[in-house]
Ligand binder design. Structure first.
Ligand SMILES: Nc1ncnc2c1ncn2[C@@H]1O[C@H](COP(=O)(O)OP(=O)(O)OP(=O)(O)O)[C@@H](O)[C@H]1O
Ligand SMILES: [Mg+2]
Length: 294
């Protein structure tokens, strides 16, 4: 039988006595019987409400690392299973771990730090000098920016039904954990748009989904900022936008209109190369209008 909530054993006087007499010889009492560790849900920042019902919030949930999905320029993405052993309820998560490597300074640094110069000066110095601490801070800001962007777009997607992003489950420091987009049984990730082969009807449908998503973003006055056939996944025929840490506020950013145009051209070129004649210029004009830029 599974022993009850061992996570809290440290608070238990008996446990302390026993552990002093018998230091754990063969097992670590801080670890669950199943999984690699207890769920890191407690103590993390959580995604927006209403939370999807598959999100496991229970104290007894355990996490199991299933390996790396992809190593990227700025982050590595891992597959993690979060499961409640008592009921067998499983959620599959993509853990995006930002490396404290050579990130650009976070683009909102200046504004973010203004007015907090004194309190933050040590952090600012560490970041501009790229000390180990400074790099960690920068990586954490990118993770937080992506967590915020996913939350915002997820809410817009819930309202409009016209844009899909992975649900952002939680954020801890430089690690963002989100809904795994792919087969939850086999752990196989959905293909990226760049890898998709489909007929002209399929292409036209994907382009329609793309223009719908871009319209919703424009009306929310944001641009993805790095949209491409690599930062778009196709899951069960549905487009899912990913990789959003650099989301652009197209009103505040003086080059907002250019970012919209660049996003459109990146994906329009791919559709054209597959043989679908798409009107990128017309779409850019419409999106600028929808964003209130002209
Ligand atoms: N939620 C997710 N579900 C499944 N797979 C994901 C998820 N998020 C990311 N991936 C996989 O990890 C890859 C890298 O993710 P992402 O683009 O967010 O990171 P990145 O560091 O910018 O990578 P790159 O440098 O390749 O663009 C994606 O192309 C995709 O294959
Ligand atoms: Mg990417």
């Amino acid at each position: 039988m599974r022993r009850g909530r061992r996570k809290f054993d440290d608070d238990d006087a008996d446990f302390l006595k026993i552990s002093r007499l018998e230091p754990a010889l063969h097992e670590d009492p801080d670890l669950p019987e199943e999984g690699d560790r207890w769920s890191t849900w407690d103590g993390a920042l959580h995604g927006p409400d209403p939370r999807p019902d598959w999100v496991r919030t229970e104290h007894g949930a355990v996490d199991t690392e299933l390996g790396m999905l992809k190593t990227g320029k700025e982050a590595d993405v891992f597959l993690v299973r979060r499961e409640l052993p008592a009921t067998g309820q499983v959620s599959m998560l993509a853990a995006k771990r930002y490396r404290d490597g050579e990130h650009r300074l976070f683009h909102r640094d200046a504004g973010y730090l203004e007015g907090r110069r004194v309190r933050r000066s040590r952090e600012m110095r560490a970041m501009t000098n790229r000390t180990a601490f400074g790099k960690e801070l920068i990586a954490g800001q990118w993770a937080a920016a992506e967590f915020g962007a996913l939350g915002r777009l997820w809410e817009i997607g819930q309202e409009s039904g016209l844009v899909n992003v992975p649900y952002p489950v939680q954020l801890i420091g430089t690690e963002l954990m989100m809904e795994f987009i792919g087969d939850w049984e086999t752990g196989e990730a959905a293909p990226r748009l760049a890898q998709v082969r489909t007929d002209s009807d399929g292409l036209a449908d994907l382009w329609r989904q793309m223009t719908d998503a871009l319209s919703v973003l424009a009306r929310a006055q944001v641009a993805h900022g790095d949209l491409s056939p690599y930062n778009t996944m196709v899951h069960d025929g549905r487009l899912v936008l990913i990789d959003l840490p650099q989301i652009i506020d197209v009103i505040a950013n003086p080059r907002g209109g250019e970012f919209i145009a660049r996003d459109v051209n990146n994906v329009a070129n791919w559709f054209r190369s597959r043989g679908l004649p798409v009107d990128a210029e017309g779409l850019i004009e419409r999106l600028h209008h929808e964003a209130g830029l002209r």
